[in-house]
Design a protein. Structure first.
Length: 521
């Protein structure tokens, strides 16, 4: 029964996605010009004019109309099958619940980019929303409620290169899902879900409701790159040397109301019988597990709880750095880099995101080195792509997100211009086809060249046998290349199309090629 319900949910989800796509080509209810203009003015008043990109889209009723189309489509299905009838009821209840949760509150969206003197671009986007929906579960789960300065900023170490914060409420998302199941599914479906809750509580030794209720309304992540230590990637460059990058560390934080989540993590690590060390730093206990996972960089998963924030680090040291940054106020948020990136932007917001120039440079270097691994056959294409990436330069972004009563505004700076975004949109179909076609072409060419080489080796092997018969030679005797060539078309030894070197070998042994994979079977 549970499996059948899950299958129906998957079918339903796919149907919704398909119908949302179809709804764009189905005639929708025509809005009055006055309403459209009012919504347009609301969105464009939040954006900047005079740049190289300005987009405004009317989205009022789009999601609702798509769901109405789905409801109508399923409503037109034959009702002789009781399961079809039940599914129709589920979809109707789902549509009503989506409305109640705030899914249909979107009115419009817009975006603007204005170039700056320093080469960056001021970017703004605004998602217009019914003001009455500001406190509904969907919006609380996605962006939270009232803006404030996020505590997670204080934990980010100084060498942070990639970061994000959010006031989205995880518990609101859980409550929305829980209430949705109770509202949308029939009684037998709810029984299956309750069985899942019961088994989860047994396995975790805590109910999911209690676990979710213990989580606060803030979360963050930060990625750090060492300025000194480097680690090798499981790949080689064009010279056969390991590709190295600055040693990374990951820090994740989640606001918590009590120790429920911490106790669960520590208990599960103990049940897995992983070695764990406990170290107290300034009154905070750091629990470090020794994970037996082979990785190119050290992994010492560490958790700690400090001032209502549960911290998870890929290494113990990053947790130590986070605690020092929080105590001394000398972390990333105090750096000149951070202050410059977010200059003029409010620190009271619902979320932030940051991509540093250094992170962009490292990504660009990895892409460039990866392209260099393609080898001689793709040298020209590699050079072209590397030159194109160099022109684009490292990408950087600094954005904040703020929840207003009338909608959600995101604003900040980015290295991508309006022209870049438009070009990216225009080139996406071409890039998609190229992404499919070029590897296929390269692979096909490689297969063809491999086959040519194998055929060459067969010709050489046959010529050796003919030469040995004519000269009265026996197995083990060395061969004469010039004599062998006389039994090959063109009277010369062929060459490998991929640059490999041939070793004729003595009589009785197969000729070989130095190119990997090029050998007689």
């Amino acid at each position: 029964m549970i499996l059948r319900r899950m299958t129906r949910c998957v079918v339903l989800a796919l149907s919704v996605l398909v119908m949302i796509s179809v709804s764009y080509v189905v005639a929708a209810e025509v809005q009055s010009p006055e309403v459209v203009k009012q919504q347009f003015d609301e969105v464009i008043s939040r954006l900047d004019k005079g740049g190289d990109l300005l987009i405004v889209a009317n989205m009022d009723g789009v999601i609702e109309e798509a769901m109405e189309y789905v409801v109508g489509m399923f409503g037109a299905m034959p009702t002789e099958d009781p399961e079809v009838t039940e599914l129709q009821k589920i979809i109707k209840r789902l549509s009503a619940y989506l409305d109640k949760s705030g899914f249909y509150a979107v009115n419009g969206w817009g975006m603007s980019l204005v170039p700056r003197e320093d080469g960056l671009n001021e970017v703004k986007s605004f998602l217009s929303r019914d003001s009455a929906a500001v406190g509904l579960p969907l919006w609380r789960a996605c962006v939270g409620l009232k803006p404030r300065r996020l505590a997670g900023l204080d934990y980010m170490p100084k060498d942070t290169v990639l970061a994000g914060t959010s006031l989205g409420e995880l518990n609101s998302l859980w409550v929305m899902i829980r209430n949705g199941i109770a509202t949308v599914l029939p009684p037998e479906g709810q029984v299956g879900f309750n069985e899942f809750l019961s088994s989860s509580a047994t396995n975790l030794n805590v109910s999911l409701d209690k676990l979710m209720a213990s989580v606060g309304d803030e979360s963050f992540y930060s990625l750090q790159l060492s300025s000194k230590a480097k680690v090798p990637l499981p790949a080689m460059d064009a010279e056969g040397k390991p590709i190295q990058i600055p040693a990374p560390t990951l820090l994740v934080g989640v606001a918590v109301k009590d120790s429920t989540l911490m106790d669960l993590i520590v208990r599960k690590v103990a049940e897995a019988q992983l070695p764990m060390t406990n170290v107290v730093v300034d009154g905070v206990t750091l629990h470090t597990a020794m994970a037996p996972i082979p990785l190119p960089f050290p992994l010492q998963p560490t958790v700690a709880q400090h001032n209502g924030m549960l911290l998870f680090g890929s290494q113990q040291q990053v947790i130590r750095d986070a605690l020092i940054a929080s105590k001394e106020k000398n972390g990333f948020a105090s750096s000149a880099e951070f202050k410059k990136a977010f200059e003029g932007l409010s620190m009271e917001n619902n979320g932030m995101s940051y991509v540093s120039p250094r992170f962009g440079e490292v990504v660009l270097d990895i892409q460039s080195m990866t392209m260099s691994m393609q080898g001689k056959p793709n040298q020209e294409a590699t050079s072209f792509v590397k030159e194109f990436m160099a022109k684009q330069g490292p990408q950087t972004t600094a954005m904040i997100r703020t929840n207003w009563k009338s909608g959600v505004i995101s604003q900040g700076r980015t290295s991508s211009s309006g022209r870049d975004m438009v070009m990216g949109t225009m080139m996406f179909p071409v890039g998609l086809m190229a992404g499919v076609a070029i590897p296929s072409f390269v692979n096909a060419r490689g297969v063809a060249q491999h086959n040519v080489c194998i055929n060459n080796l067969r010709q050489i092997d046959a010529a050796k046998e003919q030469w040995a018969l004519a000269q009265g030679k026996a197995n083990g005797d060395e061969v004469d290349p010039d004599g062998i060539a006389q039994y090959i078309k063109g009277a010369k030894i062929p060459v490998c199309p991929q640059g490999g070197a041939y070793n004729l070998g003595p009589l009785g042994a197969d000729p070989t090629c130095t190119e990997p994979g090029h050998q007689l079977q």
